[in-house]
Design a protein around this ligand. Structure first.
Ligand code: HEM
Length: 401
């Protein structure tokens, strides 16, 4: 199925992408003692999915209940809102339990996470979109699942739905009664369960022999690391000053998110050190190009020009992607070199951050800095705010062939 032969992928990917291209999972040796649960059975999450949601959603699909459920759930938007009446009893029972926050939720940390999100919103918007979003296209299992599922046929719609989660998690009341993050997570958990049932029925599945049921708990953690872990790594690289308690609070908001998406507590890292060590084990070695990921990346890079008439044009997004994810990933995704933008980012981004953060004196800052600032604003808007009125719905089919 892949036009890129395995050998070519390996040549392109080198050692870094070898495991990902072959679909070979590196053994799971990360210890549950470093998790929010503090202990666990230690089962490789490659073989764990969502035992509560999966059979339920498969049954909703088989019974033909999904259109009615989607229609009812469109009205369920706030965390504290009662579930709409008329939902099938088994779904209602599941959702009543799935919407409960974990016992280890720390409201103080969630409040601090909001302060952090507010202060760092511009960087976060760009990082979620260009670092996490583009990275998802070189996570082979995610790229293939997204490409062959229903949302793969309409990436703009899919991006805005995913952006809703990035937006919701950054709001003041994210997990409070008047917020929307719990709703977004529970709906996403149902979507993932549907994908596990639907994708194996696609004529294109499995795209490689090693694929089977998609979105294992291990896959979920890989994608999770492409979000908060990658974002925090970039902020640290860029020397953005972040007080320890804010960094910890940001992590906490994502730990709660992982739990609400159905990831078992024994796989959720308790600290940044643990998160980094788990990411080194499960994220870095799987990154590799696939035809599906290259196609998705191309769509993503073209989104800016569709939305704002070329100001966020492909060259700027391409250069930012190269700058954030490096030459190897940029070449996997066949992103061209844009000497003007590539050079500007290399030389001016560091000082720009320093000026913005008050670490360098303000007078005399070159115009390029304000160009960057304008870019940040536009990109944050593109990747974050669009999610506001979007409704996440359970798919009933795969990508049309
Ligand atoms: C759907 C977030 C992990 C594949 C979604 C949606 C969100 C989301 C918000 C709903 C948007 C929509 O319906 O299009 C996340 C987060 C993850 C995660 C935060 C990890 C922390 C994964 C993984 C895979 C995956 C590991 C695949 C290996 C998909 C697919 C859809 C989806 C195929 C449905 C697209 C469609 O057909 O509409 N995800 N996801 N996700 N996700 Fe995830």
């Amino acid at each position: 199925m892949d036009g890129l032969s395995r050998r070519n992928m390996l040549k392109a990917g080198g050692v870094m992408g070898a495991a990902g291209a072959l679909g070979v999972a590196v053994p799971w040796t990360w210890s549950a003692s470093g998790s929010v649960a503090g202990a666990g059975a230690g089962a490789d999450p490659r073989w764990v999915w969502d035992p509560e949601a999966d059979p339920l959603v498969a049954s909703l699909l088989d019974r033909g209940d999904v259109p009615r459920v989607n229609q009812l759930l469109r009205t369920w938007t706030k965390n504290g809102q009662p579930l709409p009446s008329g939902l099938p009893a088994d779904l209602r029972d599941f959702m009543d339990s799935a919407r409960q926050l974990p016992s280890w939720t720390d409201q103080g940390k969630l409040a601090t996470a909001f302060d952090f999100n507010e202060k760092r919103g511009l960087y976060l918007g760009v990082l979620y979109g260009l670092a996490s979003g583009m990275m998802s296209t070189v996570i082979p299992k995610e790229a293939r699942a997204v490409y062959y599922s229903q949302g793969g046929a309409d990436m703009k719609d899919r991006i805005s739905k995913t952006a809703k989660l990035g937006y919701d998690i950054g709001t003041r009341n994210a997990y409070a009664a008047d917020g929307e993050m719990i709703v977004t997570c529970v709906k996403t958990r149902l979507v993932h369960a549907a994908v596990r049932h639907l994708l194996p029925q696609s004529p294109h599945w499995p795209p490689v022999a090693e694929e089977d049921i998609p979105i294992s708990q291990r896959d979920m953690m890989v994608t999770w690391h492409s979000l908060p872990t990658t974002v925090m790594r970039k902020l640290v690289d860029w020397r953005v000053p972040i007080p320890a308690h804010e960094s910890e609070a940001f992590l906490h908001s994502w730990q709660v998110c992982a739990h609400m998406l159905g990831i078992h507590d024994e796989y959720i890292p308790a600290t940044w050190d643990e998160a980094n060590s788990q990411a080194d084990q499960v994220l870095n070695p799987v990154l590799a190009p696939t035809n599906e990921g290259i196609a998705l990346a191309d769509i993503l890079l073209n989104l800016g020009s569709i939305i704002d008439g070329g100001i966020l044009s492909k060259p700027i997004l391409g250069a930012f992607t190269r700058f954030m994810l490096g030459d190897q990933i940029a070449s996997w995704l066949r992103i061209s070199r844009y000497p003007l933008w590539d050079g500007l980012l290399r030389t001016a981004w560091g000082p720009f951050i320093a000026v913005r953060e008050g670490l360098l004196p303000f007078p005399g800052a070159p115009d390029a800095y304000w160009l960057f600032d304008e870019f940040l604003r536009k990109a944050a808007l593109l990747f974050l705010s669009e999610g506001r009125t979007i409704s996440i719905e359970i798919p009933e089919s795969n990508r049309p062939s």
